[in-house]
Structure formats: structure tokens, C-alpha cells
Write a protein that binds this ligand. Structure first.
Ligand code: TPP
Length: 669
């Protein structure tokens, strides 16, 4: 709350309510420490000892107030101006300093910068550069809290610029529909990187948007520490007993540049002066002095204490050597170690379709892992558009089989949050094509998280894919190459019911993110005898479906069935037929062994040619088996066009028909 100009040195009309002096001093010290760290960082920056700095000077009251009201085991998801969140959780300063210098005692082994890290120890989940996904991750963490029934609250931050991102809208909507206990905190500090609020949004207050989401919202004077603290304290207590999301807009101001190098030339100086009068630390200091709670000696004592702590910890960080690593070490941290446990199949089988195998496998995984949650559009009562989850709600309940709004990005982010807070998630893309709308968190969050700060992303994304069903450009793509290119993801692509069931079980067991491709044209056309109980198949092992001597055929998905058909109709061809089953990790051993035997290779892929996995397999063979080759490696793939709708155009697009011709060409080389 602002005070009329009666007391010139104190801008705010502070109301301490029933807060004791100890609490007031804790809040003061909470703001003083990050301010002093920042001032030191600005000096180090000028000396070239720190490479980049995002300043939160002038915004400390928000981080301090929120962190002070939450319990230490309640998750906070800060952004780049929330140093006080880290200091309030008592992270040893030398670890923060090491993090900023890219050293081993930081939180990312030198792999990510500044505040881009999380730490389970301190229940802080740091940002990724893309800003928006944080809100969805908070949804997932809060959903896990709700499912555990632990009455915990989770707080997540964004700047007002970030609120323009679709991820933010999606996550707010999901939180409201699911009534998730999250404090969504917008720090409205006047500017994005350089963009003022009137070029960022066109409503009076961002808190007004709460109404549109069906969500309680409040505007809070972000520089008045007592207003922040007391309002948040009441809210958090109320959310703990009545779980719900709340949208908070904190009015504040960014006193320095976006980062130090970018300056503040575009900010009118009178604005900086005006907000300087509202400095949260100096105002509160004056107030405490005027109330006799603080004295000049006490201030000096606190400052000496913090200066000593900062200097001592800086010495530790500076003394730490530069980080060293090896290629093997770096590669070793792309995936979390997963000790595959074989679950043997039972003898009883049932003759079922690919779609049934996936459904049965998924159901048995739900029975096995009571922390597994399925999320997707129309997956609950309706059973999903392909009916894979039909009957699941009756067996597992709506909490674990969740219909989602149409918002792939927020749901993938929420899956990440579930994983952080102890759950496993399977996300069903209604069609693999729609993964484009959830691309950002898959590529930037799920895939990179383990490498960045060794936190797993225990998520499987199910991808009903592929052409041959007359579904046109937006319901037919087989887009595995977008993911095989991204380190950190595993990519599984079965062609048979037996494989699909066992590989899905393993994918769900595996704590790493798995993109699980399911070919729609095979769903109902391919049957097999499949063991009735739960069993696993290891990822990264191809299967040799046929053995021959003249040529190696490498393929996966629908291609396997096209190759089988071709070989069936041309019994004279003696071929090794390799069904890859898993694209990442790729079973190069089986590939090389076969190529060394046959000397000729044809790779068949349903996706269009350029940049597909066939090209990489071809390159690997050239590099590793060149001496054994009797002919150039041949790749056969779809036309370089989008997938057309009309059936004759679609057949002409797909490589099925030209496969035989290419195979015969190769054999006669
Ligand atoms: C998706 C994405 N687009 C652009 C950027 C570049 N960028 C980083 S921070 C920023 C401004 C953020 O403004 P705001 O959310 O208001 O936070 P503030 O920095 O003001 O605290 C921009 C444009 C980014 N990191 N991610």
C-alpha cells in the first residue's frame, strides 16, 4: 500500500499487523543479503570476473516474501531475477558463485549458466531460457502434491513479458480446470528485455486475466515487503486447506538493464527516479529504524556479517579450479542410468492387434506403477480417439487418467513437473502431428534436463503416427527424425504387437524421456500371439526377422511390413531383414554384423528422405563397414512433399511401391 507523502523517507504505509520483531528483521536481512551479493557481482562484472548478470535489485521483496511464507519442502520455480529465493533457502553461497562461474561445485557441472538449474535438496526448480514452460512444470508439481494429498503449495515466477507466451496461458487454464495449488507470480517490472508493458499487452492489469481463467487473482504492491508477506501468508494458509490456483500480479520495477551489458537507455530517467523512492530495502530499513526495531549499529553488524560471508564464499569459488571433463563423462550424463530388469513373459498368449497390445501393456503398467499418470486429450471416459485407454477410468480413476484441455505444451511441461515430484507420466499425443504444439518442452526441458542438472524426466510421449490411412498432411506424419536428432530423448518405434507391449513397459520403467511411436495403419491390421501378462523388452535391440546372405534390409514401423510383403512375393531374394524397433539407442551392432555378412544394404524409411534416420544409418555404415560393402548403401523413402490426402496421391508419396524396384537394382549391382 502506498503512503501519501507525509513521511518523506518512507514511501510505504507499512502495516506490520501482528508480526513480531524477529519476523520483521528476518525479512529485512532476507532483502539485504541478495542486495549485497548483487552489488558485489556488479563490481566483479566490471572486473571481468563474472560474465553476465541479470539484476533483481529493487524486486527483492517479492522473492523474500514468497520464500518466507513457504515451507522449505514446498517447491519454488524462480526466474532470472529471484536471487533471494536461493539465498532465503540458505544455499551455501560458494555453490551459487561456482554455478555462475561454470565450476564443478555449482549445480550443473558447468553445463548451464546463471539461474538455469534446479536442486531437489532445496526444492528449487530453476528456469529454462524459454521462460513460459515454468508455469506448466509448476502445474505438474502441484498435481503431484494434490495426488499425494500433502496440502503443499508451489510457487512459480514469471516476468510480465513472459506472460505473452502461449505456455503461460495454457498452464493457467490447466491449473484452473484442475484446481491445482499453485501461486502464479507475475513480477510486473515495467519492461521485457526492452519492451514496455504497453507494447506487451493491452489490458490494464495482468491480474484481470484471472477472471478469464476462472481463477482468483490479486494485485500486490511488490516493493512493500509487509504487504507481500502478510497477503501471501494468508493466501498460502488458505490454499493449503482449500487447494486452488491463484494469480498474483506484483507491481514493481526493473531498476537496471535486462542484463548488465544491455543498459537502460530506453527507460525514462524520471521512472527510475520515481521507483528509486520505492526501493523495498531502503524503505523498510527506514521504517525499522523509525520503529526502533533496527539501529545503525545493527545495520552495520548485519552488513559486516554478510560481507564476510560473501567474501569468504567468493574466495572458495575463485580458488576452485576450472571445470574439467572428458567426452565420455559428458556423454554419460545425457541419459540417467537405467538398469534394465527383464520381466520374463508368461506362456499363455492371446492373439491380439497392435492397438490391443499397447492398451494391455499400458494398463499393466498402470497396475504395476501406482505413481503413473496418463494425460491426453479425450483419454478419460472416451478412451482416447483410438480407444487405447478405454475402460481405464473405471479401473484407475480420473485422477490418474486425465483428460486435458487442448494444450500440448503445458501438458508436456506438467509431465516434467510430475516427474520432478515423484510421479511417472505417459502423455498421449492425439496424433503425432500435434507434437509440434508441445515441441518446446520436449526439446528444451525433457531432453536437456538430466544433462543440465541431473534431474530425470520420467515421461513417455505416445505418438500415433504414420500415413496410409488417407488422413492428409496433418494426421499422417511420421516425425521421428525431429527427435532422433535431439540428445537426451529415446525413440522407440515398434512394428508388432509383441514388441509394442514389451517395449512400452520398458519405456515406462525407464526414467528417461521416451518418444514412443505407434503406427496408426498397423493398429488394427497387425495381429500376433502376445503373452497375456506384463513383460519387458530391452530398448536398443533390433530384431532380425529374416536371415539371408545377399542383402541387408534395415527398416522400422510400417516399412517392416512392406519389406516382409516384398520378400514374401519374391522368395528368391535371400535377405537379412532388420526391424530396428528402437531408433535411439540404435542397435549398430546388429546392423554392422549383418552388413559385414551381406555386403549390400538398403534402408527403408516411411518419412521423406532428407535428414531422416536412414541417412545417418547410411553414413554410419559407410564409416564403419566400408571394406565390407559391395555396393553403395541405398536409401528408400517417401517423396519430399507433405503427406497428401487422396489415396492414389498418398500411395505415390509412400515408398512402398518403389522399394521392390530399388531392392532389385541393388541386388543386380
Ligand atoms: C521464448 C523466448 N523468447 C525470447 C527470449 C529472450 N528473452 C529473455 S528474457 C526476455 C524478456 C523477459 O521479460 P519479462 O518476462 O518481463 O522478465 P524480466 O526480464 O523483465 O524480469 C526476453 C525477450 C527467451 N528467453 N525466450
Amino acid at each position: 500500500m502506498m503512503k501519501p507523502e507525509t513521511t518523506p523517507h518512507i514511501f510505504f504505509d507499512y502495516n506490520r499487523k501482528d508480526l513480531d520483531n524477529k519476523t520483521l528483521l528476518k525479512l529485512y536481512r532476507g532483502m539485504l543479503k541478495p542486495r549485497m551479493i548483487e552489488e558485489k557481482m556488479l563490481i566483479l562484472l566490471r572486473q571481468g570476473k563474472v560474465s553476465k548478470w541479470f539484476s533483481g535489485i529493487g524486486q527483492e521483496a517479492i522473492s523474500v516474501g514468497i520464500t518466507a511464507v513457504l515451507d522449505k519442502d514446498e517447491y519454488i520455480l524462480p526466474m532470472h531475477r529471484n536471487l533471494a529465493v536461493f539465498t532465503m533457502r540458505d544455499i551455501p553461497l560458494h555453490r551459487l558463485f561456482s554455478q555462475w562461474q561454470g565450476k564443478a561445485n555449482g549445480f550443473t557441472k558447468g553445463r548451464d549458466r546463471s539461474f538455469h538449474f534446479g536442486t531437489q535438496e532445496f526444492h528449487i526448480i530453476g528456469m529454462i531460457s524459454h521462460l513460459g514452460p515454468q508455469f506448466g512444470v509448476a502445474d505438474g508439481i502441484a498435481l503431484a502434491n494434490k495426488l499425494k494429498g500433502n496440502n503443499k503449495v508451489c510457487a512459480v515466477f514469471t516476468g510480465e513479458g513472459g506472460t505473452s507466451e502461449g505456455d503461460i496461458h495454457e498452464a493457467l487454464n490447466v491449473a484452473s480446470v484442475w484446481q491445482l495449488p499453485v501461486l502464479f507470480c507475475i513480477e510486473n517490472n515495467g519492461y521485457g528485455l526492452s519492451t514496455p508493458t504497453n507494447e506487451q499487452y493491452n489490458c490494464e492489469n495482468l491480474a484481470d486475466r484471472g477472471k478469464g481463467y476462472g481463477m482468483e487473482s490479486h494485485i500486490i504492491e511488490g516493493n512493500d515487503i509487509l504487504e507481500v508477506y502478510t497477503k501471501l501468508k494468508d493466501l498460502v494458509e488458505s490454499i493449503r486447506t482449500n487447494p486452488r490456483p491463484v494469480l498474483l500480479e506484483f507491481k514493481t520495477f526493473r531498476m537496471r538493464g535486462h542484463e548488465e551489458a544491455s543498459g537502460t537507455k530506453y527507460v525514462p530517467t524520471d521512472l527510475i527516479d520515481e521507483w528509486g523512492l520505492r526501493d523495498p530495502l531502503l524503505n523498510f530499513e527506514s521504517y525499522l529504524l523509525s520503529e526502533g526495531i533496527l539501529s545503525d549499529e545493527k545495520i552495520q553488524q548485519f552488513k559486516n556479517e554478510f560481507k564476510h560471508e560473501i567474501d569468504e564464499n567468493l574466495d572458495i569459488a575463485f580458488a576452485e579450479p576450472k571445470i574439467e571433463s572428458t567426452e565420455a563423462n559428458e556423454l554419460n550424463d545425457v541419459y540417467k542410468e537405467f538398469k534394465y530388469q527383464e520381466v520374463k513373459e508368461n506362456l499363455e498368449t492371446e492373439n491380439i492387434r497392435l492397438i490391443d497390445a499397447i492398451s494391455h501393456g499400458l494398463k499393466q503398467s498402470m497396475e504395476r506403477h501406482d505413481n503413473l499418470v496418463i494425460m491426453g486429450q479425450d483419454v478419460a471416459e472416451y478412451g482416447g480417439v483410438f480407444k487405447i485407454t478405454e475402460g481405464f477410468v473405471e479401473q484407475f480413476g480420473k485422477e490418474r487418467v486425465r483428460n486435458t484441455p487442448i494444450c500440448e505444451s503445458a501438458i508436456v511441461s506438467a509431465a516434467m513437473g510430475l516427474s520432478i515430484n515423484g510421479f511417472k507420466a505417459v502423455v498421449e499425443m492425439q496424433f503425432a502431428d500435434f507434437v509440434t504444439s508441445g515441441f518446446n518442452p520436449i526439446i528444451n526441458y525433457l531432453a536437456k534436463n538430466y544433462y543440465r542438472w541431473n534431474e530425470k524426466a520420467d515421461v513417455v510421449v505416445r505418438m500415433p503416427c504414420g500415413a496410409g490411412v488417407g488422413a492428409g498432411p496433418f494426421h499422417s506424419q511420421t516425425n521421428e527424425a525431429w527427435f532422433t536428432h535431439t540428445p537426451g530423448l529415446k525413440v522407440v518405434y515398434p512394428a508388432f504387437p509383441y514388441d509394442a507391449k514389451g517395449l512400452l513397459a520398458t519405456s515406462i520403467e525407464d526414467p528417461n524421456p521416451v518418444m514412443f511411436f505407434e503406427h496408426k495403419a498397423l493398429y488394427r491390421s497387425i495381429r500376433q500371439d502376445v503373452p497375456t501378462d506384463y513383460y519387458t523388452i530391452p530398448l536398443g535391440k533390433a530384431s532380425l526377422l529374416k536371415e539371408g546372405k545377399d542383402v541387408t534390409i534395415i527398416t522400422y514401423g510400417a516399412g517392416v511390413h512392406w519389406a516382409l510383403e516384398t520378400l514374401d512375393q519374391n522368395q528368391e531374394i535371400s535377405a537379412d531383414l532388420i526391424d530396428l524397433r528402437t531408433l535411439i539407442p540404435l542397435d549398430t551392432e546388429t546392423i554392422y554384423k549383418s552388413v559385414e555378412k551381406t555386403g549390400k544394404v538398403i534402408i527403408l524409411q516411411e518419412d521423406s528422405l532428407f535428414g531422416g534416420i536412414a541417412s545417418d544409418i547410411s553414413a554410419l555404415i559407410m564409416e564403419n563397414c566400408f571394406e565390407h560393402l559391395d555396393a553403395p548403401v541405398k536409401r528408400v523413402a517417401s517423396l519430399e512433399t507433405p503427406v497428401p490426402f487422396a489415396s492414389n496421391l498418398e500411395s505415390a508419396y509412400l515408398p512402398k511401391n518403389k522399394f521392390k524396384e530399388n531392392l532389385l537394382d541393388l541386388l543386380s549391382y
